[in-house]
Design a protein. Structure first.
Length: 213
């Protein structure tokens, strides 16, 4: 892979002849086109591709969350890369013929800010989640105006929805309204906190599975 700043072409994106141009962490790069393999993929290779695809599809839907709140963006790995590595390693198990999520191990954020205290999610209103927690704004770096961030995932339609400002830490309760087509579905719920300028964030909490009214 080569890098360049200025030149006859300047920065470009996409395939040109035998090279592909893109931007990596703000740097213009070029790489040669990969050679097509004539080998038939093994069963293990196909399983790993499916695993990667399953995690990638999930992260694509909540990219606004993981790209801001998953560990550090320093070094060679982006926050999304870190989220991908973690989920591939920790959050899926193979139960022939499928990869199955271990939702309790899924993280949507990873940081040092105090997270939810005694968080809970229930459905008491049609197409909505009521989320409650204790006000722990007196702990460590926590502040009353820290933002509550929520992710809701329905396995039945493989749809994940992020809510970047679902409430504030000192409110202790909020109602998250979902689209009408979520009615009656079983959903998985995670929540975390981030400060107002997104420089500090917590490691997320899994709030369990909820059947929506």
């Amino acid at each position: 892979m080569g890098t360049f700043s200025k030149g006859i072409l300047g920065g470009f994106s996409g395939k040109v002849g035998t090279v592909v141009g893109s931007t990596w962490r703000g740097i213009d790069v070029m790489r040669s086109l990969p050679k097509k393999s004539k080998k038939v993929a093994t069963a293990t290779q196909l399983q790993q591709r499916e695993k990667f695809s399953q995690v990638s599809d999930f992260l694509n839907q909540i990219n606004a969350v993981v790209s801001s709140y998953f560990g550090s963006d320093k070094g060679e790995k982006t926050r999304r890369n870190r989220a991908m590595s973690y989920l591939l390693k920790e959050a899926l198990t193979f139960e022939n013929p499928d990869w199955v999520w271990n939702y309790s191990k899924v993280l949507i954020s990873r940081g040092d800010l105090p997270g939810l205290a005694t968080g809970n999610a229930t459905s008491t209103v049609s197409n909505a989640l009521e989320i409650t927690w204790a006000n722990n704004s007196d702990q460590g770096m926590a502040l009353p105006n820290d933002k509550l961030v929520v992710v809701v995932y329905a396995e039945s339609n493989q749809t994940a929805l992020p809510f970047l400002l679902a409430g504030k830490r000192d409110e202790t309760t909020t109602l998250v309204t979902l689209p009408a087509y979520f009615s009656g579905l079983s959903v998985q719920v995670w929540a975390t906190f981030a400060n107002e300028n997104d420089t500090k964030y917590a490691t997320s909490s899994y709030l369990g599975e909820v059947v929506l009214l």
